[in-house]
Design a protein around this ligand. Structure first.
Ligand code: OOG
Ligand code: NI
Length: 455
């Protein structure tokens, strides 16, 4: 018998609570994360105080509420079985797999997706995202090592019985009530917890580590510990500049596009992974570096055309930024990105970025008007266009984040590279196309506005 729907918590509430619980757990595990949150909060507060136009614009579009709570995290799993259960776990919180990321081309033997909410209301409430990578054992050359890793992974279960039961209950009932949701959150959190005990002896760890540090990180522990939790800043240059004073050692350069009047996509920086004490099987002590800190600044989502231009400019920059410090790196990028329009009107007219359209107060009061041309309606003050925030990740930046924390590891690329089909098979579902999601949100907003004004 189905429990009446009204007794169920909405998935946005469960996600919000889970994100808070995860943040509290990570703060207890990694005190530097608390320092990072304080730094980002201070930078954001000062940025808003210094720029009242930005503050007003963010407030008007409901972006201020989500800013302080917004996080993304990352985990890495070892088997298709683990990934498939994670998909069901995240579904309880309204988080769905979006995008396919191939990291093998950058020398990291994983492919990935991002679990995140997808509709306007859910994103506005709390856009909590988890970048989830699946290890690709088939890319490891040594057959013996491959088999050893697979055997170790086959023995572990990264979910508690209570977590599995909660997921099944959610699927059977179509929701969870208050008490069931609290139990789900507590049980699900266990999957992401840090363990100081490795499941293998030091020799096994070292053999896997020698192949690639990431393989040791995925294979040798009881679960896929959350390896970073990233707050969103409004000024990443300032956050990066202040990190050393707060006792954090940032990576050399900020990844992604340069600073711009109209921020695009995603800029990221991180502080280096911590060296942590590990007890290996057989009572041997050792260390492992897995967890790090990261800050992100999000800008507008680009259309396929805008993304093509971004990728090609980033390609132009590649040969010219080798070994530069951050200031010089950013200067070169700014020069090269002068070819990317940097005002909203041009970005809109040239179809480079996605926007959300809304009636202004004047528009609400206008009744029916004659023109159906959106740009004209904007010019007449009846409609506003607000850029859609980029909710996803960037493979080149992600590879840079992986590498700065894995200390290089494997040098070349991996033959075989992208295999989206295999990833979706492991996941047990297709991943959504992020561009299609933005396009749909834009289309719905445009049609709603035009319907109200033009009929
Ligand atoms: C994930 C790295 C990717 C990002 O923000 O691009 C990432 C990992 O190291 O597991 O989190
Ligand atoms: Ni990240």
């Amino acid at each position: 018998m189905k429990v009446p729907a009204s007794r169920f918590l909405c998935s946005d509430d469960i996600r919000e609570r889970f994100a808070r619980a995860m943040s509290a757990m990570y703060q207890a595990e990694v005190p530097q994360y608390g320092t990072l949150l304080e730094l980002v909060e201070r930078v954001n507060r000062e940025t808003l105080e210094a720029d009242s136009t930005l503050a007003e614009r963010l407030a008007a579009h409901g972006e201020l509420e989500r800013l302080g709570a917004e996080r993304h995290g990352a985990i890495r799993v070892g088997t298709a079985r683990e990934l498939a259960v994670l998909r069901r776990l995240f579904a309880v919180m309204g988080m769905h797999p979006v995008g396919y990321y191939d990291l093998s081309a950058a020398g990291v033997p994983v492919h990935a997706t991002a679990f995140r909410p997808i509709d306007d209301a859910a994103l506005a409430r709390n856009p909590f995202r988890i970048f989830t990578s699946l290890l690709r054992l088939e890319l490891i050359e040594s057959q013996a090592l491959r088999e050893r890793a697979a055997a170790i992974l086959a023995r572990r279960d990264i979910f508690t019985d209570g977590c599995r039961a909660s997921i099944e209950l959610h699927e059977a009932q179509g929701g969870l009530d208050e008490e069931q949701a609290e139990r789900f959150i507590a049980e699900a959190l266990e999957t992401f917890r840090w363990h100081r005990d490795a499941t293998v002896d030091l020799e096994t760890y070292e053999a896997l580590h020698a192949e690639h540090r990431l393989i040791a990180d995925v294979v040798c522990f009881r679960g896929p510990h959350i390896n970073h939790l990233t707050p969103r800043t409004l000024n990443i240059d300032e956050a990066q500049r202040r990190m050393p004073d707060a006792g954090m050692n940032p990576k050399a350069v900020i990844e992604g596009p340069p600073r711009r009047a109209c921020p695009i996509l995603l800029r990221q920086t991180s502080f280096k992974a911590l060296e942590e004490e590990i007890r290996f099987a057989g009572e041997r002590q050792g260390t492992h570096t897995a967890r790090f800190g990261e800050v992100e600044q999000r800008g507008m989502a680009l259309t396929a055309r805008g993304r093509e231009l971004y990728d090609s400019l980033l390609g132009d920059a590649r040969g010219r930024t080798v070994d530069l410090d951050n200031a010089a790196h950013q200067r070169v990028l700014e020069e090269i990105f002068a070819d990317f329009p940097d005002d909203e009107k041009t970005l809109r007219r040239e179809g480079l970025a996605f926007f959300h359209y809304r009636l202004t107060e004047v528009g609400e009061a206008a009744g029916r008007v004659e023109s159906g041309n959106l740009e004209e309606l904007i010019e007449r003050g009846l409609v506003t266009a607000w850029p859609l925030t980029y909710e996803d990740f960037l493979p080149v930046s992600a590879a840079g984040i992986f590498q700065s924390n894995l200390g290089g590891g494997h040098s070349g690329t991996y033959a075989g590279s992208a295999n989206r089909e295999a990833f979706e098979q492991a996941l047990g579902a297709p991943v959504a196309d992020e561009l299609a999601l933005y396009a749909e949100r834009e289309r719905v907003s445009r049609e709603t506005v035009l319907k109200a004004l033009v009929g």
